[in-house]
Ligand binder design. Structure first.
Ligand SMILES: [Zn+2]
Length: 376
């Protein structure tokens, strides 16, 4: 089924609808969040036949690009005039010679996402999400986050000239909010447990019309930005894809988006295989890894004490365990793995990355090397 407005068809955009991953219902590319019918995650669908027919894919992927918007044909944006960009994407893929040698891995590559405009991969989902906000004509964006996501959304909102509201729990230290506030975002402290803050953004979004860009799977457009990382890896590896991709996971949109990008390359006949996706969590909060290890079909919210150095990937999934289940399903579909690593392993991995490769990673990012050491 094709649900595109006359304007979208005229614009040449290849995105055609939003489809629920649970019940299969399709919706037009409007301001939807979860499936209005069943509450499932919505996924952007494209007309790949038309795309392959009209776009010279070989030259697209060979062409030099300054940022990820060279992939606009794979993104749900109608016009280039609606793009809100700070020059994100096209981050280096570094071969880790020394670390690879010490771990006895012949081809180990690191995708350095700190080179994005606000120093995290969150700029990928937000360049797309805020561009959609501009297209929808909203006056404000809202997010539940006190970390990389909030800083990124604050920056892109400033760039778009829209207001940004950031909801955080009352116990977040003031120094963690300085970068967010520097971009002019308004921080609102609420008396809630960390995950409870999300529910408030939903209410505020419904009441005031603010565009909710919390980077779970709540907003269906942001994951599309995440998938561009797969195209870049494909290009940077000389039009091949790795056997395994290891990604830190809180809820999992980066892992799911990355898998979607690789799948698109396979469906378009550009590669034969899709990498196995590994999701890494910290032992201090590991609802998805726990469900994987216990061979359960559904992820349950994390009940244990939250104690870890890898703060950026802490998410108990208390308010949206179904989204963790979706990530778990994708990991299994890719024939991948989910696991949790300890703080000691993470700190050792940070040291390895810095001393062997010159990369000072935050703890959540270093989990991937800790996971690799476990998997070997
Ligand atoms: Zn549904």
């Amino acid at each position: 089924m094709f649900i595109r407005t006359a304007e979208e068809i005229a614009s040449g955009m290849f995105a055609r609808s939003l489809k629920c991953v649970r019940c299969g219902k399709e919706y037009p590319l409007k301001k939807f969040y979860k499936c209005p019918s069943c509450g499932g995650v919505l996924d952007v669908k494209y007309d790949y036949v038309k795309l392959a027919d009209e776009v010279d894919l070989r030259s697209l992927f060979s062409k030099r690009g300054l940022n990820l918007w060279k992939y606009i044909d794979f993104l749900p944006i109608r016009k280039s005039s609606e793009i809100v960009s700070l020059g994100e994407g096209m981050t280096p893929l570094l071969k880790a010679e020394r670390l690879g040698e010490s771990l006895k891995v012949k081809s180990l590559y690191l995708k350095d996402e700190t080179r994005n405009p606000t120093s995290s991969f969150k700029d990928r989902p937000y360049t797309v999400g805020v561009s959609k906000a501009k297209e929808f004509g909203v006056k404000a964006a809202v997010v539940a986050s006190a970390g990389n996501a909030a800083a990124s959304l604050a920056a892109y909102s400033a760039r778009a000239g829209i207001k940004c509201y950031v909801f955080v729990s009352e116990n977040v230290p003031a120094h963690r909010l300085l970068e967010i506030q520097a971009y002019g975002a308004e921080v609102i402290r609420v008396k809630q447990v960390p995950d409870g803050v999300f529910r408030i953004t939903v209410s505020a979004s419904e009441k005031f019309g603010w565009y909710n860009l919390t980077t779970s799977f709540y907003n269906p457009y942001t994951v599309e930005g995440d998938k561009t990382i797969a195209y870049e890896i494909y290009e940077q590896m000389g039009f091949e894809v790795p056997d395994w991709v290891i990604i830190p996971v809180g809820v999992g949109p980066l892992l799911v988006g990355c898998y979607k990008g690789f799948n698109e390359l396979r469906n378009l006949g550009l590669v034969n295989e899709v990498p196995k996706m590994v999701g890494v969590q910290s032992e201090g909060c590991a609802p998805i890894a726990k469900a994987f290890e216990e061979n359960r079909s559904e992820v349950e919210p994390w009940k244990g004490e939250l104690k870890t150095v890898a703060r950026s990937i802490v998410n108990t999934l208390q308010e949206y365990p179904d989204e963790g289940t979706y990530t778990l399903q994708i990991i299994r579909r890719s024939k991948g793995w989910a696991l949790a690593v300890s703080d000691d392993e993470i700190l050792r991995a940070m040291d390895d990355l810095a001393t062997a490769e010159g990369i000072l990673a935050e703890p959540a990012s270093a989990t991937v090397i800790a996971a690799l050491r476990r998997l070997l």
